[in-house]
Design a binder for this molecule. Structure first.
Ligand code: ADP
Ligand code: ADP
Length: 224
């Protein structure tokens, strides 16, 4: 699903968190929103998710204007660094959450959860609680939960930010492979240029609420 952002503005008091941002995110791409802290990346992502409301501008997903729609009506999955898990639920119930609120049949939920846990390498962890997982495993569980409802769009806000370098790199590779398999349009927020170069096929650079550049990693940066 192509995501199109046109003329997005968002102010907090006098401060422009988004300053007339227009951006096309191609169907099936893995696009990184890259920029320093405070540049507006999360605000843009949250606006696409429907968690923040723009002051002005239009967001379409696959041509449909979603500007006024609630997050539940946008067909998206999201993973944020600090909201990765429901602590009081097992891994299985975390992953099943979106399916349960959509009232899917029990047999379908069981089969889908098994399938997803296999995809993210957490078969055998069904009855654990998030506190009994490593950081990397928790993030993979969060991705399984986001993917469970077959979203058209996957939004990731620094999903690996709190992890150590080795785990982060493994997860990056893994996310890239997963993305190539399921082909869901993915938007990843990061302040880490190396991460964006490593994983994304498209990079949008934000600075002080403005979109500065957009292109492929090769367009934007010369690589050694
Ligand atoms: P980034 O994700 O690039 O770090 P954000 O989109 O989170 O940037 O924030 C952009 C700017 O907007 C920051 O200066 C931040 O302080 C400000 N901001 C974000 N959310 C709020 C809010 N709810 N109230 C006031 N200011 C906010
Ligand atoms: P990952 O790369 O998925 O983050 P780690 O290398 O951090 O995994 O963890 C390796 C193994 O250690 C995992 O298979 C996991 O079962 C186990 N492990 C890590 N942390 C915990 C924990 N808090 N409780 C139980 N097992 C853990």
């Amino acid at each position: 699903m192509t995501i199109s952002v046109r003329g997005a503005n968002k102010r907090y008091g006098d401060f422009a968190a988004l300053d007339n941002v227009s951006l096309e995110i191609p169907d099936g791409s893995l696009t990184a929103l890259l920029g320093p802290s405070g540049s507006g990346k999360s605000t843009l992502l949250r606006s696409i998710a429907g968690l923040d409301e723009l002051d002005s501008g239009v967001i379409t997903i696959s041509g449909d204007d979603v500007t006024g729609l609630s997050p539940q009506k946008r067909d998206i999955g999201f993973v944020f660094q600090h909201y990765a898990a429901f602590k009081h639920m097992t891994v299985r119930d975390n992953v099943a959450f979106g399916l349960k609120i959509r009232k899917r049949p029990k047999s379908e939920i069981t089969a889908r959860v098994d399938e997803l846990l296999e995809v993210v390498g957490l078969t055998g962890f069904q009855t654990r609680y998030p506190a009994q997982l490593s950081g990397g495993q928790r993030q993979r569980m969060a991705l399984a939960r986001a993917l469970a409802v077959d979203p058209q769009v996957l939004l990731l806000d620094e999903p690996f930010g709190a992890l150590d370098a080795k785990v982060r790199e493994d997860l990056r590779r893994w996310l890239r492979r997963l993305h190539d398999e399921v082909n869901v349009t993915t938007v990843l927020v990061t302040h880490d240029q190396a991460e964006a170069l490593d994983i994304a096929d498209r990079i949008a650079v934000l600075n002080r609420g403005r979109l500065e550049q957009v292109g492929s990693p090769d367009d934007l940066y010369e690589r050694p």
